[in-house]
Design a protein around this ligand. Sequence first.
Ligand code: ADP
Length: 182
Amino acid sequence: MGAPGAGKGTQSKTLVDSLSIIQISTGDILRSAVEGESSLGLEAKAYLTAGNLVPDEIVIKIIEERIILDDCKKGFILDGFPRTREQAVALDEILKKNNMSLNSVVFIDVPEKELITRLLKRAEIENRPDDNLLVIKNRLEVFKKKIEGLLGYYKEKNLLKFVDGTGNSPEVNSRIVRALGI
Ligand code: ADP
């Protein structure tokens, strides 16, 4: 978990390479659905463009269908899910139903000023439609509204690892590896 621009995607990809497990990014799944104009994409497009959360039932269904596939058997990293307490509760139920459980929840912590700088830089490189200042600010607001509930949920379960997300990406990776004890 982490704010937009915290490095969830980058760090997940590095871990995927070193752990030989897969990454499930709800953001990537939704973006490719939008690009492919599938019915999911058509439903999700307006939320993504505005930087709002796609409704819980849609993303929960995505996860429910994804984690039962064969390539998840060895384990997976969830990137960008859950983002609300309701999604976290649903995730627990889905995992239980499939005899799976969470090992750890990593929160990548980056100050807001740094997040905005990173996202604006990414806007120049990647051309993501939601990386413009207005939408970035909304994404950060949405994040702030939801994060306390989520952190509380996982703190209670003793799963939460806080990681300093400043510095370059290898530095952050070593902090995550240390926090996970892997
Ligand atoms: P970022 O964290 O930088 O915003 P993501 O790729 O994780 O990037 O998410 C992009 C967008 O996809 C979000 O603004 C939201 O509209 C949608 N999205 C991704 N994951 C979720 C989720 N778990 N719940 C609801 N919406 C989501």
